[in-house]
Write a protein that binds this ligand. Structure first.
Ligand SMILES: *Cc1c(COP(=O)(O)O)cnc(C)c1O
Length: 390
């Protein structure tokens, strides 16, 4: 088993090998799942001096350690901690850097519940949040004040899909000793190498592509050397622990993440191109399309494009959108994404620092792993219902 942070193999190999050591477990390919609260110690000395590697179930088990090490290796970070949800990973990362009196800069395109945490909970602990234009780039320097502690980026944003110039933001942040936190759920380390682009703390809602099958909630936070201690302390002090069966589903999903992402990318690209040519569509928000405003930065920084994208329809009544969405046979309606199945939902981005202008209704599509021709046919039938109801 490779050590966390040691990147010896290419990422497609790492997702298969990291955090696994079969001959420690009778040759079993997959590590067993350890359920634990109490761990017995052979002697009082061992108990009092914590000489055993696993003192208590909340802190660490071989199950927790296996996925932590696998993600740390894949990310190329110094240390990973696991959280019971992706949102918890976002809130933990913020709590691990912020102290009363600090200010945190957060992208205006941030995942909604992260924004709510900043506004309603962080604020109560004396940490203020200022939202910034996701397209600000190096210009973020002008927002830095004495008490600015961190910049929170999400690229692309999961509703509006603006690609952020993370290396430019990270360069000015580093010069000002401001930490950079990235919600990397959309790209995963396979498509965006957070630490190589200057990020200090990288987050995944592992619920999405790591788990990959819509059957568990999980979050990961990975820190570089300078941020690992505060992250581990805060994680421990908050008493966070993810359930062993969910962790198992995370490490099981991880093994196929590289091949799944390739297919999500192929299907999303096909749908995005097809949708771009439709008369009912105003624009498609998908950075892999050459027409997308974020395409140049995406091409420079990313190694791929995942399955989630936005579609702005031409102006039409809400009932017409409902007629389209209600009758879909392959696209399910529901939150979250990253599973093997296709999803579709109307979205309503909330902005405070900038305006996100749309002429018509916005929908979000997650391209699953079905055959793309079948997905196209489902959307095509949907547009026929939309036209009929408009
Ligand atoms: C879904 C999501 C989260 C939260 O993950 P949960 O596991 O649902 O709590 C955080 N960030 C982004 C970008 C997401 O899409």
């Amino acid at each position: 088993m490779s050590k966390p942070g040691e990147r010896q193999m290419r990422p497609e190999t790492t997702v298969v090998t990291a955090g696994r050591s079969p001959f420690d477990h009778h040759g079993l390919v997959n590590p067993p799942v350890y359920h634990a609260s109490t761990m017995l110690h052979r002697t009082m000395h061992a108990l009092e001096n914590r000489t055993q590697p696993y003192p208590y179930g909340r802190r660490k088990t071989p199950t927790i350690e296996a996925l932590e090490n696998a993600i740390a290796t894949l990310e190329g970070g110094a240390e990973t901690v696991l959280c019971p949800s992706g949102l918890q990973a976002c809130t933990l990362a913020l709590m691990s850097v912020g102290s009363a009196g600090d200010e945190i800069l957060v992208t205006d395109s941030v995942y909604g519940p992260t924004r709510i945490f900043c506004d309603r909970t962080l604020a109560r602990f004396g940490v203020t949040t200022t939202y910034f234009d996701p397209l600000i780039g190096a210009g973020i320097e002008k927002l830095f004040k004495k008490n600015t502690r961190a910049v929170f980026v999400e690229s692309p944003g999961s509703l509006t899909f603006e690609v952020q110039d993370v290396p430019a933001i990270a360069a000015v942040a580093r010069a000002a000793s401001v930490s950079v936190i990235l919600d990397n759920t959309w790209a995963t380390p396979l498509f965006f190498d957070a630490f190589a682009h200057g990020v200090d703390i990288s987050i995944m809602a592992a619920t999405k592509y790591v788990v990959g099958h819509s059957d568990a909630m999980l979050g990961t936070v990975t820190a570089n050397e300078a941020h690992r201690k505060r992250l581990r302390d805060t994680h421990g002090n908050l008493g966070l622990t993810a359930g062993p069966d969910d962790i198992y589903l995370g490490q099981r999903g991880l093994r196929t993440m590289a091949v799944r992402l390739k297919q999500h990318q192929a299907n999303a690209t096909r749908l995005a191109e097809w949708l771009s040519a439709r008369p009912e569509v105003e624009r498609v928000l998908y950075p892999a399309l050459p027409s997308d405003p974020g395409h140049a930065i995406w091409k420079r920084d990313f190694k791929g494009s995942s399955g989630l994208f936005g579609v702005e329809l031409k102006p039409c009544p809400k009932e017409a959108v409902a007629a389209m969405l209600d009758g879909m046979t392959l696209f399910g309606m529901g939150w979250s994404w990253g599973g093997y199945e296709s999803l579709i939902a109307p979205t309503h981005p909330h902005r405070t620092a900038t305006k996100f202008e749309t002429k018509g209704p916005l929908i979000r599509i997650h391209a699953g792993l079905e055959n793309a021709d079948d997905l196209v046919a489902d959307l095509d039938a949907g547009f026929a219902r939309l036209k009929k109801a408009a």
